[in-house]
Design a protein around this ligand. Sequence first.
Ligand code: ADP
Length: 487
Amino acid sequence: MPHTGRYKSLRFRLTISYILIFGLLLTAIGITFRTRLMTIIQERVEEAVIEDWSAARGFLKVEREQAIWSVDPREMDRTVFLERLRRFVMVADAQGEVLEMSNGYRQQGVESAAEIRERFREGSPQLVVKEQGKDRVLLRYGVFRSEGKPYLLVVGRRMTDVEGLPNAFLSDYFTVLPLLLLVTGILGWFMAGRALMPVNKVAEAAQRISGSNLHLRIPRRFANDELEQMIVAFNTMMDRLSESFEQVRRFSTDVSHELRTPLTAIRGQLEVALMTAEKEEDFRDAIVNALEDVDRISNIVRALLLLSQAETGQLALHKDAVNLSEVVAELAEQFRTTAQESGVELEWNLDEDVYILGDRTQMDRLVTNLLSNALKYTPAEGHVLVEVRREMATGSAILTVADDGKGIPPESLPHIFDRFYRVPGEDPDKGLGLGLSFVNWIVKAHEGRLDVKSTVGAGTTFTVTLRIHQPEMVGDADSIPVAEARQ
Ligand code: ADP
């Protein structure tokens, strides 16, 4: 298995993605949370200062330029409350003269008389944040009247104490964050490992498959997920691959085997001629014999090429409505002379206009092969009967080629459709053993069925069953659209 670099592995990259996504997400959450907390706290402080101002206003009156806070000393709560209020307070008159100022207020800085007068002019209540070094103070300015004169009352609260909270939260949060990310990374690493385990298994299985063990398949997991689909697709691809591989292997074995015999024959004839021939005629004979064998080789090569093209799907079929009855009638007519010459009686019995959807050239080849076989393997005074029947019940077109010739031995029957198979003892000049391989392929390519029945000494019957093409329209050949399109 090719080594996957640690930093390029899917597992590593997935884990890094987890960590990055979580890191970004958690940082965003932390910052949003802090901002929100800060806003809420500021709002609360503002509300509290406004309330403080109103409360202070309730306790305060000015008599003879003196601020007087009136509360009944017996009311403990209010006394304590007022004391807290007065820790951060300032009262001034309209000329900018300070009437009262707490120590806390003084520390955060005192306004000049001009500033105070400015506040009087603005009049309406104001909230102001003042910064004094590290301290932040929220002040509430407001004008009130006492004994008919306007006075300025300022109440404040220190914000720094409460504002520390969100910042403390944020710093705690960011201290814990790397730990969280570490845990995420570890979890992510294991999760990615688990998720990718089947992928690694598939890769290992694929790695084990080579030319010599193409039958190996990746075990299925029956998980019904994407990976399962990949395994199924991979296995199907392997099926096709091993089939093609097997075909190529068979093809080369067949070819070398079949070509060896005629080649040896040619070599023998030519060598003998070279050593023993004396007259020109002897040489000529040897050459003629050799040429016959060369012809045989050419035939084999041509037929094999065609067959292998057919089996590997490179031979395109042009399917049209084909009148099977007509095809058989024409070919039977052509074979009549051959039959007569070999003393065999050839008869045909055809239902009219039985149409199928097929390739005309291949149909010709199919019928020719079956007919020529029947005539080849039937001795003189034998009979060959060709029939085309329409079977409406099953929608089938049935072609039978029956002879009462020598028949095929039962042990050979399963092999007659194999390439180059010939029943042992058969005259080598009679054929190449490829005809029935073609017939078999043509029937398959037309999704039909091929049956054979044979009894030694009694004869052989080949039956081809194909699907009828548009049976309701076959009455009139001209009405078949495909046939029209071809003209
Ligand atoms: P061949 O070129 O030898 O005819 P085929 O593939 O057409 O090759 O047939 C394979 C073998 O099947 C033949 O060699 C022959 O022995 C046998 N065979 C085919 N058709 C018949 C038949 N009608 N009667 C007897 N034997 C047959």
